[in-house]
Design a protein around this ligand. Sequence first.
Ligand code: NAD
Ligand code: USQ
Length: 393
Amino acid sequence: MKVLVIGGDGYCGWATALHLADNGMQVVIADNFARRAWDGQLGVASLTPIASMDERLACWNSSVEHAISFVHLDVTEYEPVCALLEEMRPDAVVHFAQQRSAPYSMIDRDHAVQTLVNNTVGNLNLLWALREAAPDAHLVKLGTMGEYGTPNIDIEEGFIEITHKGRTDTLPFPKQPGSFYHLTKVHDSDQLYFVCRAWGLRATDLHQGVVYGVHTPQTARAPQLINRFDYDHVFGTALNRFCVEAAVGHPLTVYGTGGQTRSFLNIRDTVRCVELALRNPAQAGQYRVFNQFTELFSVADLARAVARVGETMGLTVKVEHQENPRFEKERHHYETRNANLRALGLQPTLLEDGTLREMIELAMTFKDRVDPAVIRPSISWKPRAKAASILSA
Ligand code: NAD
Ligand code: USQ
């Protein structure tokens, strides 16, 4: 299978590209290194020292049967996307190439617009290019569980059957995204659903939960292959941040009560889920949604687990509840299905103490690279006056 992995220099994309190549697929990575540039502009960096793409691929291609090639590509530029699809004629395209931080999209108007343009125009270009150059290719697109928000009913996989005034239909599940970033994902999903119906394209929209962990069997093979691991307040996600905070003696930054429940999965399962979607493609004209997560946790539960494991490692770990900079419910119903990937054979990697220990140990190994100044949040979802009081507290 010939697979184009767009956004293959990033956290999920790099690990996925190696996994797919290791499992016999012919992989081409495309990326414009936007993420490395955004890190530079914000003064943040991966905890792990990530090699350049040249170094990454020189290392990978020197030792394996299934070499990966690379194309510098910005998905917001239409002609190059079209040209690449025409030249490559992939069987499938995996689209990771987006600005994926909710806080980044809430910094100010410019960052909200940048996120919207990058994500929405990039997705739209890819759909038009598929129509023109590779209409049979299966698109696997990374969406997010955060598209649904936290409704007071169980969350289904993409669609819900509704009976209204005596008539019944199966309709897209209602969306209540919690940031301008999450809003872009909702628009992408609408675009995908529309083009599958109108043009007969085939697409799988992976509504992924929060990813944690760093190593996959492939990225752990050599230092040049190591994956990125974000801990800063803009790109770092909850559990990864808590492990780094525990390792450096920073209080665990639980926003509000920590009663917010989210869906989570290990990066090792991200790569396997994408493979499962690719090996079981959507039919022509089919738009399907897979909720891609393995477990649900509240933020407070995660902080408690990290504190408990950290203490068994001799660390003193304090959990600090700080005023929540986000607009989100801290007490809510959260029940959601993930039957589709399980039906295709996903065996979940559950969060165990050993995983937390491995993540905290990794953070201790790279402790000297941690900049404590980028841990505390400085971006607020709140109206201007309220935001100022939260951030100065
Ligand atoms: P990341 O920032 O590590 O990687 C994204 C990659 O896309 C980067 O290498 C970046 O340079 C590239 N990119 C961005 N805009 C581009 C453009 N216009 N043209 C070409 N390349 C571009 O992010 P990630 O954590 O790997 O996330 C990948 C995808 O998975 C995103 O779509 C994200 O929304 C989704 N996702 C991530 C998580 C998570 O917890 N990390 C959870 C759910 C969904
Ligand atoms: N949180 C804390 N403390 C922290 C960081 C986060 O309490 O130090 C809380 C947040 O308030 C939120 C929850 O943890 O309630 C999750 O936040 P997060 O930063 O880990 O994740 P989020 O902003 O939702 O975004 C991440 C990825 C995004 C992906 C999303 C999946 O950055 O790309 O789409 O997870 S989901 O959450 O399912 O939408």
